[in-house]
Design a binder for this molecule. Structure first.
Ligand code: SF4
Length: 317
């Protein structure tokens, strides 16, 4: 792209952003690196509306700074993260807070070295908090770059090259925010609105936008069927702490592959990123697993996954 086309693209994109951008998002009104970092992590696998309406403010109310996060036990962070899923994000936030000792670094190398901070998150922190000229490459931006350049299967390296080439170094903050908004509102995955797009004058993919990038073949994920055991001892319920990587640290009802003797309370199901799980829930008298007993009050403070909460709804407790 020659320099005059690039300048026209920046001009058109900024004008669109000024008129149509999502200027009311709270993380766009702060330069606090921690608040920006938190929004980036929450938004990695969760929709903006969900983060905005249910999770961002309550998390900041409980952990207003990186130091408050490092002072808290991991369990408290996981508990606050409940409902957002992908708990590795919460564990990495906590690990990062412990490493940083209250201050997020302002160099790319130092940020890349932190747990759970990839290139895009690091660049978002550098650009939005420290006003440095770094491009970002989240899903919306990747799609725009693929379409602008008519790329069916671009590699990450290729996309980063395009991202750097297109970056507005004079106003990287608005440029990056504008591209993300354009991808969310105009250059959408299914029905891009090319007729209203400020980049249409230079887009190579405009005639067949949904070819770029080529749709991924959907993988079928395995579906597991197991049994959840509801164990009682007086006024307490017996739970175990998960050790699997993606639920590590959360508490849950013990599970078994064999049908237990006992009363059938119902069925719950959940789809994780890499498998589906259906659990038949039974009351049970004995278990060989390591159990910790919790009263109703104690249980209310435990970090539980969405699936465990569904089981809890079936239990008269
Ligand atoms: S012209 Fe269409 S395909 Fe190209 S960037 Fe705009 S919305 Fe996306």
């Amino acid at each position: 792209m020659n320099i005059s086309t690039l300048q026209a693209l920046h001009h058109s994109l900024h004008a669109w952003y000024a008129a149509r951008g999502r200027h009311d998002l709270p993380w766009r009104h702060t330069r606090n690196p921690y608040k920006i970092y938190l929004s980036e992590i929450m938004l990695q696998q969760t929709q903006v509306t969900t983060v905005l309406t249910r999770f961002y403010d309550p998390f900041l109310a409980r952990f207003p700074s990186l130091s408050s996060l490092s002072d808290a036990p991991l369990e408290a962070v996981l508990e606050q993260w409940q409902g957002l899923g992908y708990y590795t994000r919460a564990r990495n936030l906590h690990a990062c807070a412990l490493t940083c000792k209250g201050f997020l670094p302002d160099s790319p190398e130092a940020l890349y070295a932190l747990p759970g901070i990839g290139k895009t998150t690091a660049h978002a922190i550098l650009c939005f908090a420290y006003r440095q000229a770094f491009p970002i490459l989240e899903a919306n931006v990747k799609r725009i770059l693929a379409r602008l350049n008519a790329l069916e299967a671009p590699s990450e390296k290729e996309l980063w090259e395009h991202a750097w080439a297109l970056l507005d170094r004079q106003n990287p903050f608005d440029y990056n925010q504008a591209l993300m908004d354009l991808g969310a509102l105009v250059c959408t995955a299914k029905n891009p609105s090319c007729a209203t797009c400020p980049l249409s004058f230079t887009c190579k993919g405009i005639h067949t936008p949904t070819r770029f990038p080529a749709p991924k073949v959907k993988k079928t994920i395995p579906h597991h069927h197991r049994f959840a055991l509801v164990l009682r001892q007086g006024d307490t319920l017996g739970l175990t702490q998960h050790t699997e990587r993606f639920l590590h640290g959360l508490w849950g009802f013990p599970q078994s592959d064999t049908r237990p003797q006992g009363q059938h309370l119902g069925t719950v199901a959940h789809t994780y990123s890499h498998f589906k799980l259906t659990l038949e829930v039974f009351t049970c008298n004995a278990s060989t697993e390591e159990i910790t007993w919790f009263s109703k009050e104690a249980l209310a403070t435990l970090p539980l996954s969405s699936l465990e909460r569904k089981i809890l709804m079936l239990v008269a407790f």
